[in-house]
Design a protein around this ligand. Sequence first.
Ligand SMILES: [Zn+2]
Ligand SMILES: [Zn+2]
Length: 185
Amino acid sequence: MVSADYSSNHVLGGKNRNGGVFKYWIDSSVTSYGYGASITNAKNSWNAVPNAGILLYETSNADDSQIKYYVTDNELGSGVFGAADFWNRSSSGTLSAVSAASVISGTNFDMTRIRLDHGRMSSASYTSAQRNHNTGHETGHAMSLHHFELSPAHSGNHWMKSGQISLNSPSSQDADHLVWKWPVP
Ligand SMILES: [Zn+2]
Ligand SMILES: [Zn+2]
């Protein structure tokens, strides 16, 4: 068995200032392109991880959300199927970007914007299980998980391994890292 590595290669140093409760808001583009089920699967599967101090649930209030989901159409770079980026929110609601590098090294943030690219996934003939992996993967970034293919890589398939992977729920390694980052308070 590969021992867990909890360095910033696998777990982002920073985290959402709101703590382990992640209210998420869904843009109308998600429904238009038919990705609601993938987000529900990500929510239910991450929420089912035993002993993790996290809770994902939907809110209709975008301005009070920790995650905002969008589906784009060939907006991301070639070969990029999903993206997560990080933002601060001022008391007046203005958003300002926080670089991935600073989040990796320990800067906290208020909101994660997730974009799932329907055009890129369609071009690569994504299946339902691959959509579920992509959505679970980007949601994992919002909860401060990073890439398990980075050295020391974890073998096998995981939601937090990048690529076109058929996987409907997080692996035991995904779950282990989530619990490490978010122990039950
Ligand atoms: Zn690890
Ligand atoms: Zn990623």
